[in-house]
Design a protein around this ligand. Structure first.
Ligand code: NAD
Ligand code: UDP
Length: 318
């Protein structure tokens, strides 16, 4: 297949490009580098099955030649307001990537009669009142909170995807991605795993926002990409959660990172309160992925962190 992949210079987009090329497909990657990193694509330079278009998905997308599949991953993804790359600091760009970017990407799929996959998110469940979160849960999102630029854009993107599926008969899929980590995350994007690993490698205390009792469920990137690839190859149109149900508190994560890196500096509560609209807990119910895709994660958090730490060590030259 010839696959148009938006957000290709990002953490997940670059890993998905590698997987698609390894499976024998060719990838036309598109990105405007707003939160991505050119280095994530260095290894693809000169590869006949890869080409790149520098473009903002919020604007009309033109791709020369036929397209068989459109995969829309372009969007800022870090909620951290203390990072310039966090979507609270890119609010209009985030709304446009999720809304106009999804519209333009679906437009390409329609023009070429291509299949389509949307990268959605566990954030569409907001600060969930149902736990763990099944795909049937409708969420608890503050429509005007600082996270709403991301959450509501993704909710709109899901609605638009289903509208194109129902009204234009586009062959669509929606993956709801839960917290994923691994090599190629940006050091400075403010998400908790890169923040904690780099603080531990520098021998600094880890900064916990709030009291650290909030929980997340972290999935290693290889497991996530396997789930996304299986969904791409399936003919399932309803949203599918992909994530690791192994839930841990942010305090627990801090202790684990300090133990694995041997950091004696401990932790420090950076902010008296959690970040605004910071969900208290999050865990995917992956029954649907198990049933429809025969998928479940296979890499433990400990194994995944041990595979991720050397990447950050090398980036920091420590
Ligand atoms: P990332 O920031 O590393 O990658 C996003 C990429 O999209 C970047 O390369 C960025 O430059 C590009 N981009 C953003 N806006 C664009 C625009 N207007 N035009 C062109 N390119 C643009 O983030 P990521 O973690 O790789 O996330 C990728 C996708 O997966 C996003 O849609 C995100 O919402 C979704 N997701 C990720 C996670 C996670 O834990 N990593 C969780 C849920 C959902
Ligand atoms: N967090 C933290 N310290 C940091 C970065 C994040 O305590 O340096 C917390 C954050 O407040 C949230 C959790 O870790 O409760 C996960 O944050 P992340 O930005 O990775 O993504 P989220 O799951 O909130 O989208």
């Amino acid at each position: 297949m010839r696959v148009l992949l938006t957000g290709v210079a990002g953490f997940l987009g670059s890993h998905l490009a590698d997987r698609l090329i390894a499976e024998g497909h060719s990838v036309i990657g598109l990105d405007n580098f707003i939160t991505g990193n050119k280095e994530n694509l260095d290894h693809l330079a000169g590869n006949d099955n890869f080409s790149f278009i520098r473009h903002d998905v919020a604007n009309f997308i033109f791709v020369p030649g036929d397209i068989d599949y459109v995969v829309h991953f372009a969007s800022p993804a870090s909620p951290n307001p203390t990072s310039p790359l966090g979507y609270p600091n890119l609010p209009i760009q985030t709304l446009k990537a999720g809304a106009l970017g999804t519209h333009n990407s679906l437009g390409v799929a329609r023009a070429y009669k291509a299949k389509f996959l949307l990268a959605s998110t566990s954030e569409i469940y907001g600060d969930p009142l149902e736990h763990p979160q099944k795909e049937t849960y409708r969420g608890n999102v503050d429509p005007i909170g600082t996270r709403s630029v991301y959450d509501e854009a993704k909710r709109f993107a899901e609605a638009l995807t289903m509208a194109y599926h129902r009204f234009h008969n586009i062959d669509t899929r929606i993956v709801r991605i839960f917290n994923t980590y691994g090599p190629r995350m940006r050091l400075d994007d403010g998400r908790v795993v890169p923040n904690f690993i780099q603080q531990a490698l520098r021998g600094e205390p880890l900064t916990i926002y709030g009291d650290g009792t909030q929980t997340r469920s972290f999935c290693y990137v290889n497991d996530l990409i396997e789930g996304v690839y299986r969904l791409m190859m399936s003919d399932y149109h309803e949203p599918v959660n992909i994530g690791n149900p192994d839930e841990i508190s942010i305090c627990g994560l801090a202790e684990l990172v300090n133990e694995l890196i041997g950091n004696q500096a401990g932790t420090v509560i950076k902010l008296a309160k959690r970040l605004p609209s910071d969900p208290m807990k999050r865990q995917p119910d992956i029954t649907r992925a198990r049933t429809v895709l025969d998928w479940e994660p296979s890499i433990t958090f400990r194994e995944g962190l041990l595979a991720t730490i050397p990447y950050f060590r090398q980036k920091l030259q420590l």
